[in-house]
Design a protein around this ligand. Structure first.
Ligand code: CAA
Length: 380
């Protein structure tokens, strides 16, 4: 057993850390306040090969695995969670299922453009009445000659405003309910009949794009079916196993940012004649934060390692997301408490971390959904 990063992972980690320190840290507050990412960030991520980190080299990507993605996402999210989720969704929810389930023609069409960020990907599963209960989705795709005709509304679509391609889950078999009769379709964003809604005004990760996407009579070529007809729900779930590792990595990154801010402030702030970090009450908070962050990272790396080996890791990904997201919120809460009133203002970036952490317990399966996945696995 080896708990260290090998040479390749160390190089990738250092590259991501340097990018995060020099380009994202200085922009994170701006991203939050302006409600979008700077366009330069998209270009820089292209130059560094981050859009195509997990896309095979033969399609123009870096050909790295989930462990590398986890290491990179931790660094990026430590600096800017809005950039982090954008990259996580693009790699784990679009690039990964295309690589795994796509035909050769689909891979040739989309992966090279996804690898450079020329096309950004978005994952459309959730609907107004199908959130945690994803299998109750109602968007339909009716076959008409060589096309599917898609009608329905997807919500909370990360990257919705920037996407060049949507991976949408639609009901292709009329009369079926739940997971049966659902298919996965690759829908180019420029097809007639697609309406992308206004960006949602969110509590945190405000620099990321979250929109509604409405499909009205959108004609999608049959060749854009991803995987097997009527069996797409399994693609949605398998894909989320990978996505949840990404969000767990995001949570580790946010937790680390909170710990670093808390350590710094507790050394600077003096009360009762000494730095507050010399009080045991503060030291215990820092110790608990550090311990939970380290445990979260181990869960993340184990799930990513299993996924890289091609093993099913639904339970491990859910455990990583459950624990890491709770850790991020714990750390954000403690960090703000250590900062006192100052942490509750925009004088420090701590209030942004507090808001950004909150979403990690909600998207890609809320905390209780992770518990359902874990409980089903241990009782199976
Ligand atoms: N891999 C492969 N197949 C899987 C699977 C997995 N991880 N999980 C389930 N399946 C299969 C099952 O084996 C089953 O197949 P059979 O019918 O052949 O047995 C089928 O899929 C249906 O599975 P379930 O019976 O378990 O389905 P369910 O309705 O009970 O739902 C659930 C399970 C875990 C609650 C699921 O609905 C779920 O994960 N809900 C949360 C939804 C979610 O995470 N949404 C996130 C939206 S995306 C987002 O937030 C992204 C973003 O933009 C940031």
């Amino acid at each position: 057993m080896d708990f260290g990063l090998d040479e390749e992972l160390t190089l990738v980690r250092d590259m991501a850390r340097s990018f995060a320190d020099t380009e994202l840290m200085p922009r994170a507050t701006k991203h939050d306040r302006q409600g979008t990412l700077d366009r330069e960030v998209f270009a820089l991520m292209k130059d560094l090969g981050l859009w195509g980190l997990t896309i095979p080299e033969e399609y123009g990507g870096a050909g790295l695995g989930n462990q590398a993605l986890a290491v990179v996402l931790e660094e990026i999210n430590r600096a800017c969670a809005s950039t982090g989720v954008t990259l996580s969704v693009h790699n784990s929810l679009i690039g990964a299922p295309l690589r795994k389930f796509g035909t050769e023609a689909q891979k040739r069409e989309w992966l090279p453009k996804l690898a450079t960020g020329e096309v950004i990907g978005a994952y459309c599963l959730t609907e107004p009445n199908a959130g945690s209960d994803a299998a109750s989705l109602r968007t339909t795709a009716r076959l008409d000659g060589d096309h599917f005709v898609v009608d329905g509304t997807k919500v909370w679509v990360t990257n919705g405003g920037w996407a060049g391609v949507f991976l949408a889950y639609v009901r292709t078999e009329p009369g079926t309910s739940r997971a049966k009769g659902v298919s996965a379709l690759l829908i180019p964003a420029n097809l007639p009949g697609i309406r992308v809604g206004k960006p949602e005004k969110k509590c945190g990760i405000r620099g990321s794009s979250t929109t509604e996407v409405e499909f009205s009579g959108v004609r999608v070529p049959k060749a854009n079916l991803l995987g097997t007809l009527h069996d797409g729900f399994k693609i949605a779930m398998d894909t989320l196993d990978g996505g949840r590792i990404g969000i767990a990595s995001q949570a580790v990154g946010i937790g680390r940012a909170c710990l670093e801010a808390a350590v710094k402030y507790s050394k600077e702030r003096e009360q009762f004649g000494k730095p507050i970090g010399e009080f045991q009450a503060i030291q215990w908070k820092l110790a608990d934060m550090a311990t939970r962050i380290d445990a979260s990272r181990l869960l993340v790396q184990k799930a990513a390692w299993m996924r890289d080996r091609g093993e099913r890791c639904s339970q491990q990904a859910a455990e990583a997301k459950l624990f890491a997201s709770q850790t991020a919120n714990f750390c954000a809460d403690e960090c703000l408490q250590i900062h006192g009133g100052a942490g509750y203002t925009d004088h420090f970036h701590v209030e942004r971390l507090f808001r950004d952490a909150r979403i990690t317990e909600i998207y890609e399966g809320a905390t209780d959904i992770q518990r359902i996945v874990i409980a089903r696995a241990v009782t199976a």
